[in-house]
Design a protein around this ligand. Structure first.
Ligand SMILES: [Zn+2]
Ligand SMILES: [Zn+2]
Length: 279
C-alpha cells in the first residue's frame, strides 16, 4: 500500500477566491483519506494592486494581506491539533514583477515550513487563468515557443533566487496548448526544461507531481512523461501534489498520477520536505 502524501494543496474557499470550503474541512478530508502527511500551501498575497487576480476583486491589497495572516494563524492552529497525519504549513509563490522582495518579506513574517515555487505569470500575464490570458501571454512573448522559453527562464530565476522546498507544477505553461506534446521536441524548449530539472536536482528541491492537470482534462499530470522520465533517470525527488482547492479535490486523480510515475520507473518512497531556509 502506497502512502498518500501531498506536497502542494490545501487551498480553501476561506483563504482563496477560486477554491471552496473552510480550511478545517479540507484538513479533515486529508485525515479521513488516510494521508501520512501533507503541505498546506495557500497562494501568497499580491502586495500590489496590479496583481490582484480577477477572482479576488474587489478586495484590496490590505484585505488580502490580512486574509493571508489569518490563513497562517488558522493553518498553525490546525497543525497543532492532535491528528494522525503530519502537516507542513507554507505557501505557494508567484513570479510577477517584484516577486522576490514580496516572497522574502512573507517568509520573514511567517516563517513557513515549506514554500512551493510556482510561476503563474509570464510578462506579468496570468497565463493559467483562462485561454484569453494565455493568448495575451503568447502575444507579449512574441510567439508560443518564446512563451515556453520565457516561462522556463523565469522558473530558473525563481529557483535560484528562492531555492524553494518544492517546485510547483513544473510544466504548467502547457495548460492551454493542445499541441504541447509537440513542443517538447523543440530544442530551445527541451534544453531549458532539462536545464531547470538539473538545477532542481542540484538544490535538492522536490518536484510536485501535480494531479490538477488531469482534473482540467489532460491525460497526464504535470510533469509530462518526457520530463518525468528525465527526472527519474537523474534521481530527482518527486512526490504527489493534489493541488486541492476544496474537500472534493483532496486526493483527486492521485492514483492515476502514481500510476504514471510507476510506469515511468519512479519509486513511491516519498521524499519528506526539509525545513525551508532562504538561500
Ligand atoms: Zn489556486
Ligand atoms: Zn499553482
Amino acid at each position: 500500500m502506497v502512502d498518500y502524501v501531498s506536497v502542494h494543496g490545501g487551498h480553501s474557499g476561506e483563504f482563496c477566491g477560486h477554491a471552496v470550503d473552510p480550511l478545517a474541512d479540507v484538513v479533515d478530508a486529508y485525515e479521513r483519506t488516510g494521508y501520512a502527511w501533507f503541505c498546506l500551501t495557500e497562494h501568497m498575497a499580491p502586495m500590489s494592486e496590479r496583481f490582484i487576480p480577477d477572482d479576488e476583486k474587489p478586495s484590496s491589497v490590505s484585505d488580502l494581506e490580512d486574509r493571508f495572516r489569518r490563513y497562517f494563524t488558522e493553518a498553525r492552529r490546525l497543525q497543532a491539533e492532535p491528528r494522525r497525519a503530519e502537516i507542513f504549513v507554507g505557501f505557494e509563490t508567484e513570479a510577477f514583477t517584484g516577486y522576490v522582495d514580496t516572497v522574502t518579506a512573507l517568509i520573514e513574517e511567517h516563517q513557513p515550513d515549506v514554500i512551493v515555487g510556482s510561476v503563474h505569470h509570464v510578462h506579468d500575464e496570468p497565463f493559467d487563468y483562462s485561454p484569453a490570458y494565455y493568448q495575451r501571454a503568447i502575444e507579449r512573448a512574441g510567439g508560443i515557443v518564446e512563451l515556453y522559453c520565457d516561462y522556463f527562464d523565469l522558473q530558473l530565476e525563481l529557483i535560484d533566487a528562492l531555492e524553494p522546498t518544492i517546485v510547483g507544477h513544473f510544466d504548467l505553461i502547457r495548460i492551454f496548448d493542445p499541441d504541447y506534446k509537440d513542443r517538447w521536441a523543440v530544442p530551445s524548449i527541451a534544453d531549458r526544461a532539462r536545464r531547470n530539472l538539473d538545477r532542481i536536482g542540484e538544490i535538492g528541491a522536490i518536484l510536485d507531481l501535480n494531479m490538477r492537470a488531469m482534473s482540467k482534462g489532460a491525460d497526464e499530470p504535470y510533469l509530462s512523461a518526457p520530463w518525468l522520465r528525465y527526472a527519474i533517470e537523474n534521481g530527482l525527488k518527486i512526490a504527489p501534489g493534489d493541488d486541492s482547492h476544496g474537500v472534493a479535490s483532496v486526493a483527486a486523480n492521485i492514483d492515476r498520477g502514481i500510476d504514471a510515475l510507476a510506469k515511468a520507473g519512479g519509486n513511491t518512497d516519498w521524499p519528506r520536505p526539509t525545513p525551508y531556509r532562504l538561500p
